[in-house]
Write a protein that binds this ligand. Structure first.
Ligand code: GDP
Ligand code: MG
Length: 299
């Protein structure tokens, strides 16, 4: 279908507890990896736009950090980001993990969203992890929940049910223009995507508080000789002890982070990459407005 009569376009937001699979869903709907994914909660700190192109229309997806009772300034900023996003969208996709009960935190998020006008679609994710006989009763019980216009079971990881979900979303979008050209899947600058890839490797390779205490800033990205892309990035930690872990014995950890990130950046953007990583300490950056802005959060 051409742009014009019948062509649909609009914004959909992904909301749900940390770890339910929002970023995976975003990546698989867009079919290109743009959001950091890990099995540790709160990997996604910014809103990320992914553009899904279909013959019938275009869905602009926003991944949000999630709505949950918050303690640190970074956390509160993340909730604020989420709520501001929800007021801009045509459809809200509320994602849950099929293995978990609809719990306290989900109810909290739903209550917080009461005033939001857009229809809410319940996405029951990770159905690959639930035995078939348990699935139907689960879907039945959740479909009955007020607040939701529809419920769609999917497995984001295995691309199961995603076509159905896309159809459900498209049906609820208004007729509209093609906001983005076909070859564009995100409005995030390359610098940001590179930073997210590096951050994902940190999250995967480190433990305890480190994944949460680390921020990545890409200082410079330039074309070098023979098509090599030169990237300089700084990893910020909150304490000297964290810096030590990030660097590792004889620099081993930083090397590992760097080489895994480099491989993925090369895959993502094509061509050879030279990646230079530094680790710096910024005491309590997660509580500091200046650094939160500096590191690209909530601005
Ligand atoms: P987010 O915090 O909601 O953005 O969650 P992520 O997308 O980062 O995913 C959290 C974890 O769940 C990752 O380890 C994913 O691989 C995993 N995951 C996401 N979707 C599925 C799914 O449909 N099935 C299974 N088995 N795992 C999934
Ligand atoms: Mg995420």
């Amino acid at each position: 279908m051409k742009e014009g009569k019948g062509y649909k376009s609009g914004y959909a937001s992904l909301i749900g507890k940390p770890n339910v699979g929002k970023s995976t869903l975003l990546n698989h709907l867009v079919s290109e990896k743009i959001a950091a994914i890990s099995d540790k909660p709160q990997t996604t700190r910014n809103k990320i736009t992914g553009v899904c192109h279909f013959p019938e229309g275009q869905v602009v997806l926003l991944d949000t950090p999630g709505i949950h009772p918050s303690s640190s300034k970074l956390n509160r900023l993340m909730v604020k980001t989420s709520l501001s996003v929800l007021n801009e969208v045509d459809v809200v996709l509320f994602v849950i993990d099929a293995r978990e009960r609809f719990g306290e935190e989900d109810d909290y998020a739903l209550r917080t969203m009461r005033g939001i006008a857009a229809p809410k679609i319940l996405v029951i994710n990770k159905i690959d992890l639930v035995p078939k006989p348990r699935l139907l009763p689960l879907i039945d019980s959740l479909s009955g929940k007020e607040d939701f216009a529809e419920a769609v079971p999917v497995s984001a990881l295995y691309n199961d049910g995603l076509d159905t979900l896309a159809g459900v979303v498209l049906r609820r979008l208004p007729e509209g223009p093609k906001y983005f050209p076909e070859d564009m899947v995100t409005d995030r600058p390359e610098q940001f995507l590179v930073g997210e890839i590096i951050r994902e490797k940190i999250i995967r390779l480190t433990r305890f508080e480190l994944p949460y205490a680390s921020a990545v800033v890409v200082d410079d990205m330039a074309e070098g000789k023979q098509g090599v892309t030169l990237i300089h990035a700084t990893i910020f930690a909150e304490r000297v002890s964290q810096r030590k872990i990030l660097i590792g014995e004889k620099g081993g950890m930083l090397k590992k982070i760097g080489s895994r990130a480099r491989q993925e950046i090369e895959k993502r953007f094509g061509g050879k990459v030279y990646l230079n990583l530094h680790v710096k300490v910024k005491n309590k950056w997660r509580e500091n407005d200046f650094y939160l802005r500096e590191f690209g959060y909530g601005g």
